[in-house]
Design a protein around this ligand. Structure first.
Ligand SMILES: *Cc1c(COP(=O)(O)O)cnc(C)c1O
Length: 382
């Protein structure tokens, strides 16, 4: 217990307060207020405005993607990226059960079914080995694409998720996906600022989806973006999320059923001010992470190691426990002492809507679900 008590004291000293300390809170200063005031003064608060263009350009330049389309949230970004990748109501999409529910929901919104394949223990993201095994057992490559022999459905996409900003073995996943002629859409909601072997999250597959929700590394209030190194896909995303309106000076003509998923200019103003501080946030979070590592190097829990080849954005810090009992004790004590800690998500196949989804043995997924807890990870207050 004294170990947990000193953990609570450590967190309080890092953030300089004994008040409630959340897992992740945003940091704002005058810049956000300035950009927001500018937006209001301009009257362009809604779906048209210069901050949307600036924010999209900032995100795509930073990631080295060809282009970005800013949208209302990360879930919508994933939903539309999957539709563009060809996912429909006759499809299956391979993803991981160790994720936030939005990943699976975005698949469902397209009428498709998720299939859950195991993650790697070190990265906590989709495992290339498990993916290969699944496809070797159930996949059948036909002229029109890859099919699941056990269901007869087309496997229309693979969605790896970069958990807490750790990068999965995305190069191997893309290689396997190419062999099977299946497009990859990265769920990069948590990994803006992370890269793998020098290349940014979201730029490995056909498209990547970011989130700028309030708990993410930068926030636009609510928001998301679809990025792609091929501008064709980002343009298509822009058009579909803008009601599929065919550009014309005055005519309202729409040639398919699109969405009203554009990011408002007001949100883009907030997002841009935040984006301009992304590197500072990463630096500050790294400092906090290193304090934790130094102080928590022994005992019943330890910081999960950053996987090789990942340049981490330090979004949310995972701590690894040896057993469930010590984990539960830790969560009880910290949460009743004003320090928020949280277990990893309930696995997708434990939720009623996905309990019948096809899945493999989920060996690492289950171990991680038992052992991983997130601890306060905000940047320091300035
Ligand atoms: C946050 C998140 C999303 C969805 O983003 P929203 O902006 O909240 O819709 C999707 N996938 C993962 C893994 C996330 O963490």
């Amino acid at each position: 217990m004294s170990e947990i008590r000193s953990f609570v004291e450590l967190v309080q000293s890092i953030y300089g307060t004994k008040d409630f300390i959340p897992l992740h809170e945003p940091r704002f200063d005058e810049k956000e207020k300035r950009y927001l005031a500018q937006t209001i003064d301009s009257t362009f608060v809604s779906s048209v405005g210069e901050f949307v263009d600036k924010f999209e350009a900032a995100i795509s330049n930073y990631c080295g993607a060809g282009k970005a389309a800013a949208v209302v949230n990360g879930t919508a970004a994933l939903q539309v990226a999957l539709r563009i990748a060809g996912v429909n109501n006759k499809s299956e999409v391979i993803t991981q059960a160790l994720t936030f529910v939005a990943t699976a929901n975005a698949i469902s919104y397209n009428g498709a079914s998720p299939v859950f394949v195991d993650v790697d223990y070190d990265t906590m993201g989709l495992s290339p080995l498990a993916l290969r095994n699944f496809l070797n057992e159930f996949g059948e490559l036909r002229e029109t694409g890859a099919y699941n022999k056990s269901t007869g459905k087309r496997i229309s996409a693979i969605v790896p998720m970069h958990t807490f900003g750790f990068m999965c073995r995305i190069d191997e996943i893309v290689e396997i996906a190419n062999e099977w002629n299946i497009p990859v859409v990265e769920d990069s909601a948590e990994s803006l600022g992370s890269s793998y072997k020098g290349k940014h999250s979201g730029t490995f597959g056909l498209m990547g989806a970011f989130s700028f929700n309030g708990n993410k590394i930068i926030t636009s209030g609510g928001g998301g973006a679809i990025v792609s190194s091929d501008p064709q896909f980002a343009n298509k995303a822009k058009y579909l999320t803008n009601t599929a309106k065919v550009p014309h000076a005055w005519d309202y003509y729409h040639d398919e059923i699109g969405y009203n998923f554009r990011m408002p200019n007001l949100n883009a103003a907030l997002g841009l001010a935040q984006f301009e501080k992304l590197n500072e946030f990463i630096e500050s979070k790294k400092t906090v992470y290193e304090i934790y590592c130094k102080e928590l190097d022994s005992g019943s829990f330890r910081m999960k190691e950053i996987p090789v080849d990942t340049e981490w954005n330090y979004w949310l810090f995972p701590v690894e426990f040896q057993d469930q009992e010590s984990k539960n004790k830790f969560m009880e004590y910290t949460n009743s002492n004003n320090v928020m800690t949280r277990p990893i998500w309930q696995l997708m196949y434990k939720l009623p809507m996905y309990e019948n989804s096809q899945r493999d043995a989920q060996i690492n997924t289950k171990l991680l679900a038992e052992r991983i807890v997130n601890i306060p990870s905000s940047a320091k207050k300035v």
